[in-house]
Design a protein around this ligand. Structure first.
Ligand code: UP5
Ligand code: MG
Length: 190
């Protein structure tokens, strides 16, 4: 394989680019893969009445801001430790800031490659607003979406630049099935 020897693949792309949808497809198709969504792990903390971090995280999510790197890396580390039998970890929505990438490299290790789902902002916005009718997510509204896009452009795009030699870009503005077919191809070759 042309990819580095690591059991971690980062899945990046803007809000609503299809990271969760395509990660779900990949674990169904390749059961040896474990999908970990950083956003889902943070939302679980908010839902956990015993968590001391719930309020801080809830504020950050609603405002499209990035939670302290150590918090998210710890949640990811714990989740990885709970799935020791898995061969490959798809880490979705992380790292979305340079400091997060550095923290993960220091505490866990490097990544095999970065899967980047490229979708124009207007397409992502329409998807998020549509999902917002039923999702119950506190950040699927116009105000939060504008903030999420700003953080994405200013803070997450530099991560794509940082890893540019290891980025595999897939166009995400097609039907879910078309995107999945290309991903199946890529992952079959690993
Ligand atoms: N959909 C998907 N694919 C489609 C397609 N090909 N055609 C048409 N529709 C498609 O998809 C979004 C919607 O689009 C769905 O309704 C889907 O059916 C449809 P989804 O697969 O959910 O996209 P995804 O990229 O996962 O979108 P998500 O909203 O989850 O992305 P975000 O990156 O915004 O959210 P995340 O959960 O990763 O992060 C949320 C917040 O948590 C961040 O803003 C931040 O505040 C915080 N966070 C941190 O602080 N640190 C972290 O490390 C991670 C998150
Ligand atoms: Mg998601």
């Amino acid at each position: 394989s042309k990819f580095a020897d690591s059991n971690v693949i980062f899945v990046l792309g803007g809000p609503g680019s299809g990271k969760g949808t395509q990660s779900a497809f990949l674990v169904k198709r390749f059961p040896e893969i474990c999908h970990l969504s950083a956003g889902d792990l943070l939302r679980e903390e908010v839902a956990d009445k015993n968590s001391e971090l719930g309020e801080e995280i809830s504020y950050m999510i609603k405002n499209g801001l990035i939670v302290r790197a150590e918090v998210t890396v710890k949640l990811l580390q714990n989740a990885m430790a709970k799935n020791p039998e898995k061969k490959l970890f798809l880490i979705d929505g992380f790292p979305r800031a340079i400091e997060q990438a550095e923290c993960f490299e220091k505490m866990v290790g490097t990544c095999k490659f970065v899967l980047f789902l490229d979708v124009p902002e207007d397409v992502m916005r329409d998807r998020l607003l549509e999902r917002g009718k039923t999702s119950g997510r506190t950040d699927d509204n116009v105000e939060s979406i504008i903030k999420r896009f700003r953080t994405y452009r200013e803070t997450t795009m530099p991560v794509i630049e940082l890893y540019r030699e290891r980025v595999v870009t897939v166009r995400g503005d097609r039907t879910p099935e078309e995107v999945s077919a290309e991903l199946e191809d890529i992952f079959s070759q690993l």
